[in-house]
Design a protein. Structure first.
Length: 137
């Protein structure tokens, strides 16, 4: 295989010793910075970047026992099915956070009061959200 450093050209040679060959699958390995643009993704979704993050301020409403609150956070590069996590920079002993990448560039965070008796009213705090691409088996 030969990659042209001056442009997006890749030349792959396949030799068949017994006649005609049909290529069913081809996997290329290499550094992303050395790959042609076609093999290196698009500006909207670059190959090689696996983790995306965002931070926003979130002022949770009063949460009675068992109550939930939802917030949609824009995380550029996240796609449906990515693994998502959320953390709130506040005392969250009885506030459980769950995050899911549910659409393009969007992660939904759910805060749930898991205390059996206490109602919580936290002040505004920084919510950190991360999305990570699933690995191949």
């Amino acid at each position: 295989m030969w990659l042209d450093p001056a442009g997006p050209v890749a030349q792959i040679g396949i030799v068949g010793f017994d006649g005609q060959i049909e290529v069913e699958a081809l996997r290329l390995y290499g550094l992303p910075e050395a790959a042609p643009a076609l093999l290196c993704g698009t500006p909207a979704l670059p190959v090689g970047q696996r983790e995306f993050a965002a931070e926003v301020s979130w002022d949770l409403p009063n949460l009675a026992p068992g109550a939930t609150s939802l917030l949609d956070v824009t995380v550029a590069g996240a796609r449906q099915g990515d693994i998502a996590q959320a953390a709130l920079a506040s005392s969250t002993r009885f506030i459980e956070l769950d995050a899911a990448a549910w659409s393009i560039n969007m992660v939904r965070v759910m805060a749930r009061n898991i205390s059996p008796t206490a109602t919580f009213d936290l002040g505004a705090a920084t919510l950190s959200v991360a999305a990570r691409k699933r690995g191949l088996p």
